[in-house]
Design a protein around this ligand. Structure first.
Ligand code: SF4
Ligand code: SF4
Length: 104
């Protein structure tokens, strides 16, 4: 069985077929997560244009949020956002906060 058949990451991360991101969730690679201050978003869609992973959710010309199953946390959206309403937050910080909240 080849690595592609059993779903394992192929040696060297070589991609053998195009358009396979729908099957492969890359969000677990992320060290930092984009977090938006929604009330400051102007829906300019600059983040959507720059995101190389098509990880910006949008509908009818409006920014809706991030597809965290595919966002790799590169931070390009935060750098390019003209409103500066995206912060890149450490995943471990967010996970610790959510565990703490769940424990209360
Ligand atoms: S770039 Fe910033 S202001 Fe523009 S849609 Fe994205 S989050 Fe909103
Ligand atoms: S952090 Fe990178 S991959 Fe994630 S939404 Fe922003 S530009 Fe896309």
């Amino acid at each position: 069985m080849t690595p592609q058949q059993n779903g394992a990451m192929p040696e060297g991360g070589v991609i053998f077929s195009p358009g396979n991101s729908a099957e492969r969730e890359t969000g677990s690679w992320r060290v930092k997560r984009p977090v938006v201050e929604m009330d400051r978003c102007t829906h300019c869609m600059i983040c959507w244009m720059f995101c190389a992973d098509s990880a910006i959710d949008a509908a009818e010309g409006k920014f809706l949020g991030f597809d965290l199953a595919h966002c790799k946390g590169c931070g390009i959206c935060a750098v390019e956002c003209p409103a500066k309403c995206i912060d890149m937050i450490e995943e471990l910080t967010l996970q610790a906060a959510s565990t703490e909240e769940g424990g209360r």
